[in-house]
Design a protein around this ligand. Structure first.
Ligand SMILES: [Zn+2]
Length: 197
């Protein structure tokens, strides 16, 4: 009887410890290597800015006590399937994919946030979207659902951030500033911290 009670207590303790554990955050810097990102022929490549914001996000999250995993930390090509496979290796992990937008219409500007499935993905997308808009004052271009490969193939929570248009002159100038990219990273980190603290 006593042994059973002890076992039950242990089980309850394990369960509660697990439910309070922070998820591993998989930070996915978009593109890399021969894949420059953006529109065909886009003047400003996307990949470097994605990596820069991802590294800043990594620092902010580590500071807040999160375990993080980067899908790339240099200018290398990582196939899309490998990115979701990395996230799927960590049970209960959360993937955040960092991108910048591009459009044939150079006037297009603002922030878009994507997810594909799951209530937690929807909630995190909404938290990140609101946080980035509040920090930047950029135009709100909605939270959208779309079957991007990395979102579709990641089993758990996954959100993709489009943090402004490199094809828009004004926005590209802002994105080129390191203090603005820091602001973007911190806004994303704040949303993650408040959701999973
Ligand atoms: Zn991209």
């Amino acid at each position: 009887m006593k042994a059973n009670l002890l076992r039950l207590l242990c089980l309850l303790l394990c369960l509660s410890a697990n439910s309070f554990a922070k998820p591993v955050i998989v930070i996915d810097a978009g593109h890399g290597g021969q894949d420059r990102g953006g529109m065909p022929g886009q003047r400003i490549p996307e990949k470097g800015y994605c990596l820069d914001v991802s590294k800043r996000l990594e620092i902010a999250l580590k500071r807040a006590g999160f375990q993080t995993v980067m899908t790339r930390r240099s200018d290398v090509f990582i196939p899309l399937g490998d990115r979701s496979a990395i996230a799927n290796q960590y049970r209960g992990s959360v993937l955040v994919s960092i991108h910048f937008n591009g459009a044939a219409n150079y006037d297009a500007h603002g922030i878009e946030t994507y997810y594909h499935h799951g209530r937690d993905s929807a909630a995190l997308a909404s938290a990140i979207h609101r946080s980035v808009l509040a920090a930047t004052g950029e135009e709100e271009r909605r939270i959208r659902t779309r079957g991007f490969h990395v979102l579709r193939r990641t089993r758990g929570t996954a959100v993709l951030c489009e943090l402004g248009f490199l094809t828009n002159k004004t926005e590209a100038r802002r994105i080129d500033s390191s203090s603005y990219r820091q602001k973007l990273a911190e806004a994303i980190a704040r949303a993650i911290v408040s959701r999973y603290r």
